[in-house]
Design a protein around this ligand. Structure first.
Ligand code: HAM
Length: 457
């Protein structure tokens, strides 16, 4: 048997419904914040990630899925979304769009060759949002507020925003020097990777997965002590906007992030859910004012955030959030002979077009087994299509919970179900004007209701 690759998942059943629900909430949230959806390719030139994410980051040195295509091009499966968005922003000259800043979001698969464990996958799905073309601390706060609101809308209560600032280039450089000085005498006690990182990128030592518990590392200098006045002012303004928006956060100087493009604001959001384990960071992001320029575009200040959908789905399940996920169907159509089966095909088509969730029999089971299937699917109603009823232009329809049964003319089946299942809608419908604007009593075919409810009754 061929098995799926390590660190990849098959998402189906209830889990798939949770994922789809998360996607719907994301789309609704992004509409409110006025971000537009953007899709970029899953593979890009390898160089994009080397120059964009950083030559010395784990993501590029150890975790990247690189290959050469048949034309000899060096290709990488994207490990994250920001570099591709920035490449597309430059290539499509989106900086010239009169509508500024550019506010976009994406939701797609990324690939990181990591050691698979719970919450750490090789194929992962990220929702991310980016503002390109604003240096205003208000936009940093907007990104953080949108992330928090997403988690709240999905019912997560225990979340924690960890906020930090790396400062501008001058502050970062001062901090870098301080770290090199600090680590130099102790570097022999660190892992090989960290020894290499000391000169190339000492910030990466701070989020080393191997040396995390090393006391030297824990007591290392903090970014905030190296911010110049301008960077400090800026950081305070971000906090002021977060306060205005009533977003709770904690200043956490240990947040430095695993990607190289950040300056000023950086943040990570944790889920404080029991059972989550060490990979409890739901999402993270920050400001990256240098990246567009570094990738040959014009100087463009940007800020963004991304969250892993898998981790999010896990947090929702662990917190036992009740999601409004449809786990039942409106009607199950049962039948025995061929004529009834053909009628089931016709009726299922009609009712589905009228908006009902309808299922029926496809495997040749007897009536008893069909009723069992209707129960398994949590059918609200069942309807046995027997030839005698159909000849009389009627059906027996049973409420599968109360077991009450009605005999209904086939002409009014849609209205019957509408009233029983969508009680509110049915009432509105009876009150005067149909949803399409026609008056009840008036013959019309535009909306699928055909004609007036009162008239039918
Ligand atoms: P990141 O922190 O590398 O940031 O990833 C963001 C989120 O993606 C993580 O917090 C986590 O939920 C999820 N994630 C990352 N790696 C894995 C994995 N191996 N398995 C499961 N989930 C994972 C970025 O990617 C930046 N591009 C965020 C950003 C956008 N910064 C500015 N704009």
């Amino acid at each position: 048997m061929i098995q799926r690759q390590k660190g990849c998942h098959d998402i189906y059943g209830r889990e798939a419904k949770v994922w789809k629900y998360i996607d719907q909430v994301i789309d609704a949230l992004m509409e409110k914040y006025n971000y537009t959806y953007m899709r970029t390719p899953i593979f890009e030139a390898t160089e994009l990630f080397h120059r964009g994410v950083g030559e010395t980051t784990d993501i590029v040195t150890k975790e990247s899925y690189d290959f050469e295509d048949k034309g000899g091009r060096k290709i990488t499966l994207r490990p994250e979304g920001t570099a591709g968005i920035v490449r597309a922003y430059i290539e499509n000259k989106m900086y010239g769009d009169p509508n500024q800043p550019v506010k976009v979001y994406y939701n797609g698969t990324m690939y990181r060759y990591e050691r698979p464990q719970s919450g750490r996958d090789r194929e992962l799905t990220q929702f991310g949002m980016e503002i390109l073309g604003s240096d205003d601390p208000f936009s940093d706060a907007e990104i953080i507020s949108a992330a928090v609101n997403l988690y709240k809308m999905l019912g997560l209560k225990e979340i924690k925003v960890n906020l930090n600032s790396l400062g501008d280039n001058a502050s970062r450089e001062a901090y870098r020097k301080a770290l090199v000085e600090y680590f130099k005498p102790h570097i022999k006690d660190f892992c090989e990777d960290c020894q290499e990182r000391l000169e190339k990128n000492p910030l990466r030592i701070l989020d080393c997965k191997v040396d995390q518990e090393n006391e030297i590392l824990k007591n290392a200098p903090k970014t905030l002590d190296y911010l110049n006045e301008e960077s400090r002012d800026r950081f305070e303004k971000v906090q002021e906007f977060l306060d205005i928006m009533q977003i709770d956060y904690s200043i956490n100087p240990n947040i430095v992030r695993g990607l190289d493009y950040y300056n000023h604001t950086v943040f990570e959001i944790e889920a404080k859910v029991e059972g989550f384990g060490s990979n409890n960071v739901l999402g993270g992001g920050g400001r990256y004012n240098g990246l567009v320029n570094q990738l040959d575009g014009p100087e463009t200040p940007c800020v963004g955030f991304a969250t892993g959908i898998g981790r999010l789905a896990m947090a929702i399940e662990l917190e036992q959030v009740k999601l409004p996920i449809v786990e039942d169907i409106d009607l199950f159509l049962l039948y025995v002979n061929d004529d009834e089966k053909k009628y089931a095909a016709y009726l299922a088509q009609e009712l589905r077009l009228a908006g009902f969730i309808v299922d029926t029999e496809y495997t040749g089971r007897g009536l008893k087994a069909q009723f069992k299937q209707a129960d398994r699917l949590n059918a609200k109603f069942t309807c046995v299509l027997n030839s005698e009823d159909l000849n009389n232009n009627e059906v027996h329809i049973k409420n599968n919970q109360t077991k009450e049964e009605d005999i209904i003319s086939l002409d009014v089946l849609i209205y019957y179900l509408d009233e029983k299942i969508n009680a509110g809608m049915a009432e509105d419908f009876m009150e005067g004007e149909c949803e399409c604007g026609h008056h009840h009593g008036e013959e019309h075919e535009c909306c699928g209701h055909g004609h007036c409810h009162h008239e039918e009754e």
